[in-house]
Ligand binder design. Structure first.
Ligand code: HMG
Ligand code: MG
Length: 307
C-alpha cells in the first residue's frame, strides 16, 4: 500500500472550533490565532462564517475578521482564508469583505439539514446553486461540505450512497473540493472506507477531503484509512477546538497537532512546523483557560516542562 507523499491540511479551528465557544472571543484574539497558524505553515485557514448572528453569535464579527486579515501587514500571499456562506445574503457579505474563497455546506441527513440550515436538503441545494453561480461569475473559489457523511445525531447511520449523491451534486455545481464531514465523529475506518469508496465513484478522490470530528477518538484511524485510499486533503482544528452547535455532544475536529504528528511519523510532507503550531495551540488554549484537547500537544508540552 503506497501512501501519498504530500498532504494538504485545511485548518478549520478559527471557524469550526470557535463557533462553538459560548463566551465571545475578541476579534483581536481570532486574528492573532489565525496569523500564528499562517506562520506555522498552514496555507488554507477557514477564517469565519457569514451565517446568521442569531444562529451563531460567535461569528458575528465575520466581516471585521476577514477584512483585517486581508489587509494585515503580516499577510502571506500563499495563504487563503475561505469562509462559510449558507446563502446569497452571506455570499454577498463575504464578497463585500473581500472573500476570495467561500464554502457551501450541505448535509446527507434531512433532519440535520433542518437543524443546521432550517431547510431540506433539496432546498439547501437550490440556495447553494445560486451561491455557486454567483461565485463562478466573480471567479471566487468554491468549496463544498457534506455533513453527517456516516452518521447523523438525529437519524443514526447514513447510507454511503446518500452521502455520495450530495457530494456529486456539490461537485457538479463547481466546488473544487468536497469536504466529507463526520460531524459527530462516530465513524470508524470501516464505515469511513465504505463512504469514501461511494463518494470516490462519483467525485475524483483528489477532490475529496476528510473532515473528521474526534468525539469517539477515531479521527486519526479514519485519516489513516483515508490515506490508504489515496485521499490527500484533511481538515483539522488547532488544539482540537470545537464542535458543531447543531450536533449536541459532538466534540472538536481532529487536532491539527495530532494530524501533523501522524504525517511526520509516516514521512508525509504537509509544510507545517510543529513548534509554531504548538505555539498557536498554547496561545488559544491559554486564552480559553483550558488544556488543548490534542494529545500530541499535551505530551510535547509536558515533556518540555519536565525539561
Ligand atoms: P433562517 O432563519 O431560515 O433564514 O436561517 P431566513 O432567510 O428566514 O432569515 C432569518 C434572519 O436571518 C433574517 O434576519 C435574515 O436577514 C438573517 P431578520 O430579518 O430576522 O433580522 N440572515 C442572515 N444574516 C446574516 N448572514 C446570513 C443570513 N441569512 C439570513 N447569511 C440560515 C437560515 C442558513 C441563515 C441559518 O440557518 C444559519 O445561519 N445557519 C448556519 C448554521 C451554522 O453556521 N452551523 C455551523 C456551521 S456548519 C458545521 O459546523 C458543519 C461542518 O463543520 C462540517 C461537519 O462537521 O459536518 C461545515
Ligand atoms: Mg465540522
Amino acid at each position: 500500500m503506497t501512501l501519498p507523499q504530500r498532504v494538504k491540511l485545511v485548518e478549520v479551528g478559527p471557524r469550526d472550533g470557535l463557533q462553538n465557544e459560548k463566551r465571545m472571543v475578541p476579534t483581536a484574539v481570532k486574528i492573532e490565532l489565525i496569523e500564528r497558524l499562517a506562520d506555522a505553515g498552514l496555507s488554507v485557514i477557514e477564517a469565519t462564517s457569514f451565517v446568521s448572528p442569531q444562529w451563531v453569535p460567535q461569528m458575528a464579527d465575520n466581516a471585521e475578521v476577514l477584512r483585517t486579515l486581508l489587509a494585515s501587514p503580516r499577510r502571506r500571499p500563499e495563504v487563503s482564508y475561505p469562509v462559510l456562506t449558507p446563502n446569497l445574503r452571506g455570499f454577498d457579505a463575504a464578497v463585500e469583505a473581500g472573500a476570495e474563497e467561500v464554502a457551501i455546506f450541505a448535509a446527507a441527513s434531512e433532519t440535520f439539514s433542518q437543524k443546521n440550515l432550517n431547510c431540506s436538503i433539496a432546498e439547501s441545494l437550490k440556495r447553494f446553486a445560486a451561491v455557486a453561480d454567483a461565485a463562478s461569475a466573480l471567479e471566487i473559489r468554491l468549496r463544498g461540505y457534506v455533513s453527517c457523511v456516516v452518521a447523523c445525531p438525529y437519524e443514526g447511520a447514513v447510507d454511503p450512497e446518500k452521502t455520495a449523491w450530495v457530494a456529486q451534486r456539490l461537485f457538479a455545481m463547481g466546488c473544487h473540493e468536497i469536504s466529507l464531514g463526520d460531524t459527530i465523529g462516530a465513524g470508524t475506518p470501516a464505515s469511513i472506507r465504505r463512504m469514501i469508496e461511494a463518494c470516490g465513484a462519483v467525485v475524483p478522490i483528489d477532490r475529496l477531503a476528510g473532515h473528521y470530528h474526534d468525539t469517539y477518538g477515531m479521527a486519526i484511524a479514519n485519516i489513516y484509512a483515508s490515506l490508504e485510499l489515496g485521499m490527500t486533503v484533511f481538515d483539522s482544528s488547532v488544539a482540537g477546538l470545537g464542535g458543531c452547535p447543531y450536533a449536541v455532544g459532538a466534540s472538536g475536529n481532529v487536532a491539527s497537532e495530532d494530524v501533523l504528528y501522524l504525517l511526520q511519523g509516516l514521512g508525509i510532507d504537509c509544510g507545517v512546523e510543529m513548534e509554531k503550531l504548538l505555539a498557536a495551540s498554547q496561545f488559544i488554549s491559554s486564552y480559553l483557560g483550558r488544556e488543548p484537547a490534542s494529545k500530541v500537544a499535551r505530551a510535547l508540552l509536558a515533556r518540555r516542562s519536565a525539561g
